[in-house]
Write a protein that binds this ligand. Structure first.
Ligand code: SAM
Ligand code: SF4
Length: 337
């Protein structure tokens, strides 16, 4: 079991995209009311007085779309300036990044992952559920801006959807050849939206639900060859590279492999629920209510310490325990994927 020192912090559950695997049009999403979101001060208090004393030192800001949070640059600055912060990263869809990249970099953000599922503006539109054609271009400008201001390496997250962007695996992998860009292929997970996913047949885009990582690797192997990379990430990705490439290719295989024994993280939702495991809801603690009820942070810390102790048992309860159907209730955007 790994040491748990990595906290993914969801800053907001709302998003300016409607990705079909996350917040598809038509899904019933109960957005968190503004007053229920953890405030800037509450996030900093929890980090300073609860998580950092318990050994957490790596933080990732996510969502929903974290760049929709009006205080995002100040929040980055304040978290980066905590002396215990060893690594501060963000996952974003990149749409608002072109104007924010420089300020985020200067504020102390170390690393950024940008989701980019397609290089084709039409396919991109289909995946993100928007009709406007220039959204890809704007996202691409955000990626370029991030690279230009100094986010190097830059990571691009790709969820491979059968029959939708599957044909672009090689083109996306090729982005890792000339630049120090790290492409992370993520297996699609039927998480959240139980009303849409309750019949598993419905999520079988093109006849099947996800493309196993090994199949993605094989396509790349056939074209260029593939070797294991000596650059290892923080998390669950298995990292490879095209021989001679500047960047790497990572594979996150939550559907075809179990990496629970390597789990080093917990998740804090935008409304303050601390969740020890992505795949089940056991043991969650409502930290926001404890804080707002003026429970001392020393007591909150004890509760979190207990959760850390029982996390190994919770990890292994995963997968079939989301609910009776094996479908998980909260979407990635709500949990902070
Ligand atoms: N909005 C930001 C973004 O898209 O990068 C951050 C939040 S998003 C929930 C974080 C990551 O989760 C993204 O890379 C997204 O592709 C991934 N994701 C969302 N729903 C998913 C699903 N059902 N299966 C696999 N990955 C998913
Ligand atoms: Fe928004 Fe990210 Fe979910 Fe897409 S994956 S809908 S960009 S939160």
């Amino acid at each position: 079991m790994n040491r748990v020192d990595y906290l993914r912090i969801s800053l907001i559950d709302r998003c300016n995209f409607r990705c079909q695997y996350c917040m598809p049009e038509g899904a019933e999403l109960d957005y968190i009311l503004r007053q229920e979101l953890l405030t800037h001060e509450e996030i900093i208090t929890l980090l300073e007085e609860v998580f950092i004393p318990l050994g957490f030192s790596k933080f990732r800001l996510t969502g929903g779309e974290p760049l929709l949070r009006p205080d995002i640059v100040d929040l980055v600055k304040d978290i980066a300036s905590l002396t215990a912060t060893e690594d501060l990263s963000m996952t974003t869809n990149g749409f608002l990044l072109s104007s924010l990249a420089e300020n985020l970099y200067k504020a102390g953000l170390n690393r950024i992952n940008i989701s980019l599922d397609s290089l084709n503006p039409d396919t991109f539109k289909t995946i993100i559920g928007h009709k406007k054609a220039d959204l890809w271009q704007q996202t691409w400008l955000g990626i370029q801006a991030a690279y230009k201001v100094g986010f190097n390496p830059l990571k691009l997250n790709v969820v491979v959807i059968p029959g939708v962007n599957e044909s672009e695996i090689e083109a996306l992998a090729e982005l890792s050849i000339d630049k120090n860009w790290h492409i992370r292929f993520i297996e699609f997970m039927p998480i959240g939206n139980p009303e849409l996913f309750s019949d598993l047949e419905e999520i079988r885009f093109a006849g099947r639900a996800w493309v196993p990582s090994e199949e993605i690797r094989e396509k790349i192997r056939q074209k260029w060859g593939l070797v294991e990379s000596n650059i290892k990430g923080n998390g669950p990705a298995d990292v490879f590279k095209i021989p001679g490439a500047k960047g790497t290719l990572g594979f996150i295989s939550q559907m075809s492999e179990c990496f629970c024994d390597r789990c080093n993280r917990m998740r804090l939702s935008a409304d303050g629920w601390l969740r020890p495991c992505l795949l089940n809801e056991t043991g969650q603690i409502d930290l926001k209510t404890l804080l707002r009820n003026k429970i001392k942070t020393t007591e909150i810390k004890e509760k979190v310490a207990h959760l850390l102790n029982i996390k190994p048992e919770i990890n292994y309860k995963q997968r079939d325990s989301g609910n009776d159907t094996g479908i998980y209730n909260r979407t990635m955007s709500q949990i902070g994927g």
